[in-house]
Design a binder for this molecule. Structure first.
Ligand SMILES: [Zn+2]
Length: 61
C-alpha cells in the first residue's frame, strides 16, 4: 500500500476533442475575407479562421 499511481483525467482531452491537430499547430484554415484592405498595415490582407477552434489569422499578400 502507499503507491498511488496518478491517474490522468480525460476531462481535458474531452474538452479539446477534435482540436488535437489545432494544438499541434495544424489548424483548418478557411478564408473569411479575401483581399481586404487593412488600414493599419496599409495593404491588402487575407483573413483566415480555423473551422475547428475559431482562431483567426491575418496573412498579408
Ligand atoms: Zn484550429
Amino acid at each position: 500500500m502507499g503507491d498511488v499511481v496518478p491517474f490522468r483525467r480525460p476531462s481535458t482531452a474531452e474538452k479539446h476533442a477534435g482540436n488535437t491537430l489545432c494544438r499541434r499547430g495544424f489548424h483548418k484554415w478557411e478564408v473569411v475575407q479575401d483581399k481586404q484592405f487593412d488600414v493599419r498595415e496599409g495593404k491588402l490582407v487575407t483573413i483566415y479562421r480555423c473551422a475547428r477552434c475559431g482562431k483567426t489569422r491575418v496573412d498579408a499578400s
